[in-house]
Design a protein around this ligand. Sequence first.
Ligand code: 13P
Length: 263
Amino acid sequence: MGSVTRKPLIAGNWKMNLDHLQAVAFVQKLHWTLKDAAHETDSVEVAVFPPFTDIRTVQTLMDADKIPFALGAQDVSAKDSGAYTGEVSGAFLKKLDVHYVIIGHSERREYHAESDEIVAGKVQAALRHGLVPVICVGETLEQREESGPTAVSVAQLRAALEGVASDADIVVAYEPVWAIGTGQVASPEQAQEVCAALRSVVADALGDAAAERTRILYGGSVKSGNIASFMREPDVDGALVGGASLLADEFAAIIRYQKHVGV
Ligand code: 13P
């Protein structure tokens, strides 16, 4: 299991799924499913990352019903305000109690041509507005074959941490592109190898204390049946879950992974 000083984070990236009405039903169901499992979930932080159009509704619901999930967004503009049609400012997200923001997801790197420079600009914007960036890195299968398991992720994280202060609050997510939405999950050993390399990058860039406290997540075909095996690895501090985070029972079972750790 991860270090006791790092609280595990189980994060659900909904991607472009669930409208705001479906979001209400989903969050309520997830909350009710977990209600009687407090002894298993108290030590785990749960976060949901709905589409922008759901955030206001989910925030209102969680506030009214005292639902203890953290709220995240799936992207943020590198700019603060102005003539940037279609962009969403970190300032607006902060006003809606958004805590986390995913930056540099491989789907944005691929479909929106987000370069390392754009990712670094968004990390700076998130930190400027008091948001915690969840910095995503990961290699394609071709890149893994060409340059090995760690080189791409290490380079992406180094670029994203350019100019970041040593006391910054960040989360890193290792998501091998070949494991996202494919059912072809990385082995726990593969995840550990890259997550350990990423912790060294944080140590180099931000110092040992930052490396010790920063949570590094694994993402890519995480399910209730494999989460415990990842959480046993010393440098894996949680999971960024896509498809399985859209099913309340399945996501609740992932959050309750401790039931299976050590079994
Ligand atoms: P899947 O869990 O659907 O493979 O998606 C992973 C992911 O991209 C989370 O950000």
